[in-house]
Design a protein around this ligand. Structure first.
Ligand SMILES: NC(=O)c1ccc[n+]([C@@H]2O[C@H](COP(=O)([O-])OP(=O)(O)OC[C@H]3O[C@@H](n4cnc5c(N)ncnc54)[C@H](O)[C@@H]3O)[C@@H](O)[C@H]2O)c1
Length: 350
């Protein structure tokens, strides 16, 4: 297949693109370049990388593709709060715009990287894809809006699919420090303690970045009627864990103590997710990672790259700090539009 991957130069993109290419697909990337220069090791190259904003995509840009994989987004809650209108503009209107031009160009499939955070404040029961949406942040709300807008485009010629990913973990050439397993591991590696920001009781659904890539591949290669206008929770039951269990695993691997940040209390983001649909309908999706093997992988790569605390907690790996830096430098405007070619502010990849 010829696949346009939007957001190919982000944390997941840098794992998904090589995975799709190894499976024999031809990939072209489209990315605004917000995190160029924020590498953890050398980002994958060897394929066409276009620099641009999904909000500006035109029909001619999408011709001759068999599928779009859209990973381009304001990718977490703190970033989403910076300017909610900009978050809706990229994550919802941008995603739907890309769907509209893809459809006009005759692209039959569109895989949208959604998130379990659209379920928001859920009860004690694991949420299935049919659960009500109850987003509690602009980021979560933007995913609800995008799915609704893309569903309006679905017809016999255009099949959107919504991959509602659990929180990712694991190494990537564009590492993120602001997701829970990576954060606990990186702080433990660089500072010698596992620092918990909450009391550790909340449940979190987790999934390794490469297993997310497996899910995208399984959707791309599935019969169209199985995935047409359908949502899939992406993760697995074994990886729905309590944060204190992650902390205990990191503590055991690195032989460091668990500490609690002053005032650490209960965390409202506490939910469980049901992953039975993806297992039932996409039998080719076979996740291979566990939180334990992901922690081992992270520690190995952090060691190989000589990761320091300042680097791990700075703009190279923390999305919010990087965007603040680009705004302060005037490289992005308030709508998160690039005002000039974004420089590799942070120098060569570590
Ligand atoms: N990482 C996770 O834990 C996780 C979990 C659930 C869902 N998701 C979703 O998966 C997708 C990818 O996440 P990630 O962790 O790789 O995020 P990321 O922030 O590392 O990467 C996002 C990429 O999108 C690009 N981008 C942003 N706005 C753009 C625009 N308007 N036009 C073109 N490119 C643009 C950025 O430059 C960046 O390279 C996002 O949609 C995110 O919401 C991620």
């Amino acid at each position: 297949m010829q696949i346009l991957v939007a957001g190919d130069r982000g944390y997941l993109g840098a794992v998904v693109v090589p995975y799709l290419r190894r499976a024999g697909h031809h990939v072209v990337g489209l990315d605004a370049g917000w995190y160029d220069g924020c590498g953890f090791g050398r980002p994958a190259g060897g394929y066409e990388q276009r620099t641009g904003d999904i909000r500006d995509a035109e029909v001619d840009d999408l011709r001759d593709f068999d599928a779009v994989v859209n990973l381009a987004a304001v990718s977490n809650d703190p970033l989403g709060h910076l300017n909610p209108e900009a978050t809706y503009s990229v994550n919802a209107h941008g995603a739907v715009h890309l769907g509209r031009v893809a459809k006009s160009a005759g692209v039959p499939r569109y895989l949208f990287s959604s998130s379990c955070s659209l379920y928001g404040a859920a009860g004690d029961e694991p949420v299935t894809e049919d659960a009500e949406f109850n987003p509690v942040t602009p980021y979560g709300q933007s995913k609800v809006m995008a799915e609704a807008g893309l569903a309006d485009l679905a017809d016999g010629d255009f099949s959107p699919t919504y991959l509602r990913n659990a929180t990712a973990y694991g190494s990537s050439p564009l590492l993120r420090a602001d997701i829970v397993v990576n954060n606990l591991t990186g702080v433990a590696f660089t500072r010698g303690e596992v620092r918990l920001q909450s009391d550790g009781t909340p449940w979190r659904p987790l999934v390794h970045a490469e297993d997310i890539a497996r899910a995208f591949l399984a959707v791309l290669e599935a019969p169209r009627d199985v995935v047409h206008n359908r949502a899939f929770n992406v993760g697995r039951d074994e990886d729905v864990v309590q944060i204190r269990d992650i902390a205990a695993q990191v503590s055991a691997v690195l032989d460091v103590p668990v500490t609690f940040v002053a005032g650490a209390g209960p965390d409202k983001r506490d939910y469980r997710v049901d992953f039975s649909r993806i297992c039932r309908l996409l039998p080719d999706f076979k996740p291979e990672w566990t939180v334990a093997s992901g922690i081992d992988e992270l520690v190995r790569d952090m060691h190989d790259h000589g990761l320091t605390a300042d680097d791990f907690e700075g703009p190279r790996f923390v999305r919010l700090l990087r965007i603040r830096e680009l705004l302060a430098e005037g490289w992005l405007d308030q709508e998160l539009r690039t005002t000039a070619v974004t420089p590799a502010l942070l120098g060569d990849p570590a």
